[in-house]
Design a protein around this ligand. Structure first.
Ligand code: PAF
Length: 273
């Protein structure tokens, strides 16, 4: 595995490679969820590129940019063992210049839900993903379904900007007790981690209500909120795969999304029904 910090060097090396390139962009602190993305990418591509870059433009002022978990040495070992060919670890100066153009997240879908609690977050995500895709120029890029709104916006950007890349969604990986894996789980105390289990419990309840034929959004989300209580709920909603709010669940076209604060830690989860 080669570890590269220069964008132009990585471009030069990848240009010489034959075969398809699978790309897994990350912010590091790699866990089983990232490994699943890498494994998926290995199934369908010849060369695997992973990036680790804690992207400053997707953090709002006062958010956890400074304390975001950084585990460079462990991450390098994980990538090596996972069979990654190129690990891209640029500095912020390598990626961003001064006063430069940014991708603007769409005015509606980029500013609802997580975009409402974190205005501007998705412009930062889309800008860095555009830059990384331009550097790596992959055949396929892999993103987790846990960040469903991010995934939707990246797919939309790839279409809108006619990018020559397949965006591949990958299922959420969970602990044995159901908690979705997230780099932010390390912030949780034991007691908070127990409280966080209300999130998968609420989604399981939603699934069982739907199985019983209850499709009314209001009814489902009211019951979910009872399970989530007393956690601070940011939102519990049902949207279509096109990220429009739905009054009724449509099997095959709905995502049930939850975001809560456990202490000060923001946790997201969802199910696709
Ligand atoms: O999901 C993430 O880890 C980040 O938002 C991403 C896609 C790597 C962009 O910084």
């Amino acid at each position: 595995m080669q570890i590269i910090s220069s964008a132009s060097k990585l471009k030069e090396l990848l240009r010489k490679e034959q075969g398809s390139i699978g790309f897994v962009p990350t912010m590091g602190a790699l866990h089983e969820g990232h490994l699943t993305l890498i494994k998926e990418s290995k199934k369908h591509n010849d060369i695997i590129v992973v990036s680790i870059f804690v992207n400053p433009t997707q953090f709002l002022k006062g958010e956890d940019l400074e304390k975001y978990p950084r585990r460079d040495e462990a991450d390098k070992k994980i990538c090596e063992i996972a069979g990654v060919d190129y690990l891209f670890m640029p500095s912020a100066e390598e990626i961003y210049g001064d006063d430069e153009p940014m991708i603007q997240a769409p005015q509606v879908r980029g500013y609802i839900l997580e975009g409402a609690t974190r205005p501007g977050h998705f412009s930062g995500v889309l800008s860095v993903v555009m830059k990384l895709l331009n550097i790596v120029d992959p055949s396929r890029a892999y993103f987790g379904k846990k960040d469903a709104q991010q995934l939707f916006l990246i797919e939309q950007m790839a279409r809108s900007y006619f990018l020559d890349v397949e965006i591949v969604p990958v299922d959420t990986v969970r602990e044995s007790d159901g908690l979705a894996l997230s780099s932010r789980n390390v912030y949780l105390s034991d007691a908070q981690r127990q409280e966080a289990l209300k999130i998968p419990a609420s989604l399981n309840l939603a699934r069982s209500l739907i199985t019983q034929g209850i499709l009314d959004t209001e009814e489902i989300t009211t019951q979910m909120k009872k399970v989530l209580s007393p956690l601070q709920i940011e939102y519990v909603v049902v949207v279509s795969r096109n990220f429009e709010y739905q009054k009724r669940v449509e099997i095959g076209n709905s995502i049930i999304l939850v975001e809560v604060l456990v202490g000060t830690t923001r946790l997201l989860d969802n199910i696709w029904v």
